[in-house]
Write a protein that binds this ligand. Sequence first.
Ligand SMILES: Nc1ncnc2c1ncn2[C@@H]1O[C@H](COP(=O)(O)OP(=O)(O)OP(=O)(O)O)[C@@H](O)[C@H]1O
Length: 324
Amino acid sequence: MTATSGLAIDARGVEVTYGDGTEAVRGVDLQIPEGEFFGFLGANGAGKTTTIKTLVTLLTPTAGSVTVNGYDTQTEGRSVRQSVGYMAQETAIDTDLTARENIKFACEAYGVTGSEREERIDSLLDLVDLADVADKTADGFSGGMKTRLDAATALVHEPPLVFLDEPTTGLDPKARNRLWEYFQRINDRGTTVFLTTQYLEEADYLCDRLSLILDGQIVETGSPDELKSRVGGERLDIDLADETDTDRALDIAREFFTADATVERTDDGVAVTARTARERGPDLLVALRDGDVAVTGFNVRAPSLDDVFLAVTDDEDGLTEAAQ
Ligand SMILES: Nc1ncnc2c1ncn2[C@@H]1O[C@H](COP(=O)(O)OP(=O)(O)OP(=O)(O)O)[C@@H](O)[C@H]1O
């Protein structure tokens, strides 16, 4: 690796416009330190795959510059490709071959030869928990097993940086959790991971830092906790027995929580978002009872990345409206 900056990825002002005029990526900046587990979070069509394809040199940016592992993607494409692993959305495995044969095939494609090859294949099979089925053909594998095999084939050349494009889409929770363990394992051994996902919970669980991408632009970057703090604290949902009590409950809650809280009407009652929601929630319930408001249920939860996305996209809507 020639990187001296300590950055696995340094992308500046990247724009990608497809031939039909679609502006898929509109000015993306990414500085990702070596060793980081980075998440790129966005809905369908937000521009995640286009960004990855640009970083791994499958697409040439319309504008901007990208350095990956210290190599310029436009002038040193070959070195970039040799220094990264890429697990695309479309599977790269051949289901007529065994797990071992698939990995061997990937070794050949990446020029991994010689004495260390068999050892590396065995260690990858172990890493993705497929050693027991190494000599079975992949057509009988579950979705999760195929995905793990796919991920292993992206790692045969021991790249310092691996791109995973929505690797858990369509997997059941058990298979997904197993894959998460494996991704953590490869990051623990020093590999930088760039993961795209539509799952907020996944980014929250795995990533050191993440960016939210919306319509080809990064709208927010930070650690999961930092992003969650954007929402303004924990959320307390209170269900009311009688809908006609809602206005009174809102008044009591607003009086009880001061400036920093958001108090709103919900389908079942009221919700308070505040840093002190958990701590002061029980006292609010007492205040509601004293005000003759009957409560049928309540729940306090830490903000999810869903909440963050909503907060950010609400802001975006506000900006768009203001600009019009
Ligand atoms: N080859 C293409 N030609 C024209 N437009 C494209 C092409 N590929 C993608 N797009 C468009 O570019 C935008 C970004 O797509 P992209 O696949 O990068 O998003 P994504 O966030 O990866 O979505 P997904 O979760 O569906 O994979 C979308 O509007 C998509 O329709």
